[in-house]
Design a protein around this ligand. Structure first.
Ligand SMILES: Cc1cc2nc3c(=O)[nH]c(=O)nc-3n(C[C@H](O)[C@H](O)[C@H](O)COP(=O)(O)OP(=O)(O)OC[C@H]3O[C@@H](n4cnc5c(N)ncnc54)[C@H](O)[C@@H]3O)c2cc1C
Length: 497
């Protein structure tokens, strides 16, 4: 496929993956990225000697990235070292309960039995149910491009259709979880997985209960050097494969002629190409980059977007042994949090608070005697709320919560600070409304409404990233980049572009 020129818009994890795969097949690949470095949401914040992963903090399904390197004939170990965590999270509840989510399932199940009114066997039963959903859906919905009805025309897919009851589409996540557990603390722990793709556990279909299998059975990982090592590794591989990058370059327009991709407008010039892989958020792209009047994505309802986040990057004096790498301080009223985020579109006043301290495994991330606290709460997507004021209010609530739950007076210990709000997420990565994962999965059929990796309207146009199939989160956007490049290769081979 030499002489075929492919332009990739955006160097997020999806765009980097697509560029790698397209270059591997022999295309000339050029990436335009509006920021000054690759990574998109998987970025880094450096301030006063502290380093923070700016967005994602926990990697699941590491084999997806491993396979990308394998497909390119490379040994991932030479680029990226992924370490399994002994404990994926430490959960703190308002009543003083602490649950350690050990990666070892037997230890985790024993912990649930010891600290709650549920039994270890309930955990095993639930994780088996979660695995069943994965086994029935992963090949069809994650590891393949979604091709509509055609996707169902094979033996494995038909098996999934015949087992619709098992993939649990008609209950909500919460309803299904309550059928396994009676203790509210355990229900809250498993409901939290809805937030892994920015959804509401009280509305999202129980099929999303696939996520506990991914984290508890397949494992939770962090890379040596922090999450930033992932985009760095992909960038290095892309360069080795001959991909060229232009940073500080905003693509302003995608042009097509006779329903075929023609060029993109960037840096005041039209760049001609045979194909475009768009890693820019699809809702942004349909509104700003390409004029496709009938496109369904243009019509997606405004309320269908996933949640966003408020993140405080705090350089903190002292070491806090009571905390692990990943910690959750739960709220009293979890249901109300999702009403606030999705219905009232305000940041909850008693938000479940996530604390990630990468300096616990990557000591260089904080000066001696200090820690880097990444403190995040779920927030509604950007509706032009007064974010500065909202962040100030929530900051106070979080400090009080940390004092109440952990008995730590953080006020005097914070030596440096940066804040990320949904409007900044939108500005920095062009994510529509600053939502983290494109469309939410709150509706039963939302998964089917995601942008497919191949445009139905224009030949030579492909989509990858969190707002395209199969969705948001690091492993899924890497899969989306692979699917987009695979679709491109198929079309080249069939002479369609
Ligand atoms: C606070 C936060 C916490 C998260 N936590 C986790 C987690 O723990 N685990 C997990 O797996 N995932 C997590 N995620 C989600 C994960 O970060 C994303 O799903 C993933 O990184 C998105 O990758 P992407 O390929 O969709 O592109 P993005 O990261 O959105 O990158 C798109 C890139 O395209 C560029 N771009 C867009 N438009 C243009 C244009 N017109 N011209 C040029 N360049 C353009 C942007 O600048 C950007 O660099 C989190 C995200 C955030 C923000």
């Amino acid at each position: 496929m030499t002489n075929k020129k492919v332009i990739v818009i955006g160097a997020g994890l999806g765009g980097l993956t697509a560029a790698i795969k397209a270059a591997k097949t022999g295309c000339e690949v050029v990436v335009y990225e509006k920021n000054d470095k690759p990574g998109g949401k998987a970025g880094t914040v450096e301030v006063d000697g502290f380093r923070f992963d700016s967005g994602p903090t926990l990697l699941t399904m590491p084999f997806v990235i491993e396979n990308l390197f394998k497909d390119c004939g490379k040994n991932i170990e030479e680029y990226l070292k992924l370490k399994p965590l002994d404990q994926s999270c430490k959960y703190f509840y308002p009543d003083g309960t602490i649950i350690n989510a050990y990666s070892d399932t037997a230890k985790f199940a024993a912990e649930i039995e010891k600290k709650t009114h549920d039994k270890a066997d309930d955990v095993y039963r639930f994780l088996d149910y979660s695995k069943d959903i994965y086994d029935l859906t992963a090949d069809l919905f994650l590891f393949s491009q979604f091709r509509g009805v055609k996707s169902f025309l094979n033996g494995k897919a038909l098996k999934t259709l015949f087992n619709l009851r098992k993939i649990d589409t008609s209950r909500s996540m919460d309803e299904a979880i309550r059928s396994f557990f009676k203790d509210g603390r355990v229900v809250q722990l498993f409901n939290r997985y809805a937030t892994y793709n920015g959804s509401n556990p009280y509305e999202a279909p129980a099929t999303l209960n696939i996520i506990p299998h991914v984290e508890h059975n397949l494992g939770a990982f962090v890379p040596e050097g922090g999450i930033k090592s992932i985009p760095e590794a992909l960038y290095k591989l892309a360069l080795e494969l001959g991909v060229s990058f232009h940073f500080n370059s905003v693509v302003e327009r995608i042009y097509y002629k006779n329903k075929k991709i023609f060029s993109v407008h960037v840096n005041k010039h039209d760049q001609f190409c045979n194909a475009v892989i768009c890693n820019s958020d699809v809702f942004y792209a349909y509104r700003n980059l390409i004029n496709l009047p009938g496109s369904r994505q243009k019509k997606v309802h405004d309320d269908d977007f996933s949640s966003s986040a408020l993140v405080f990057y705090w350089g903190v004096k002292g070491k806090h042994e009571e905390l692990g790498v990943h910690n959750i301080l739960f709220s009293e009223n979890y249901y109300q949090e999702f009403v606030d985020i999705f219905d009232r579109k305000v940041t909850p006043l008693d938000p479940t608070t996530y604390i990630y301290i990468s300096s616990k495994y990557n000591t260089g991330d904080a000066p001696a005697g200090c820690e880097n606290w990444y403190v995040m709460v779920n927030a509604p997507f950007n509706y032009n709320q007064p974010w500065k004021r909202e962040a100030e209010e929530i900051r106070e609530e979080i400090l009080l919560k940390i004092e109440r739950t952990l008995n730590i007076n953080l006020r005097d210990k914070i030596v440096s600070e940066r804040i990320l709000t949904p409007d900044l997420i939108e500005e920095q990565t062009f994510s529509f409304r600053g939502s983290l994962y494109g469309m939410s999965s709150n509706g039963r059929y939302n998964a089917f409404l995601r942008q497919r990796n191949r445009s139905k309207e224009v030949a030579g146009l492909y989509f990858c990233g969190g707002s395209a199939h199969p969705g948001g989160g690091m492993p899924l956007v890497v899969l989306s980049g692979m699917h987009a490049a695979d679709a491109l290769t198929e079309d080249f081979n069939r002479g369609l572009i």
